[in-house]
Design a binder for this molecule. Structure first.
Ligand SMILES: [Zn+2]
Length: 108
């Protein structure tokens, strides 16, 4: 059993995905939540305070969020390729775990 810093499985549905980590915990997380915490150069500065996060979330919620393509980046992260753009950010496993705990729903 690991310490939860490695993503072992990602199951994609139309509006959300299920992330499983190496400590056995699983979370259901919406694509909206993932995008609202996007780590790309354009989105990251927009999460520096509550007000900017709200604006970013509103903007994303107006997009058609389609099922993204996923690409593994080394052994530490994944890159989502969104049909609506914003695909350059790398989402490290530790970042995804943090977002999962903050915005996701923990599954049994
Ligand atoms: Zn972005």
């Amino acid at each position: 059993m690991g310490d939860g810093n490695i993503l072992t499985d990602l199951e994609r549905s139309d509006e959300n995905c299920i992330l499983r980590f190496d400590d056995g915990k699983s979370y259901k997380l919406s694509y909206l939540s993932i995008r609202s915490r996007c780590q790309c150069a354009k989105c990251k500065p927009r999460q520096e305070n509550e007000q900017r996060i709200i604006e970013l979330e509103e903007e994303i919620s107006r997009l058609m969020l389609e099922k993204p393509k996923v690409e593994l980046v080394g052994r530490y992260g994944i890159r989502f390729e969104w049909p609506t753009g914003c695909s350059s950010g790398i989402h490290s496993f530790t970042h995804l775990r943090k977002v999962s705990e903050e915005l996701g729903e923990q599954l049994d």
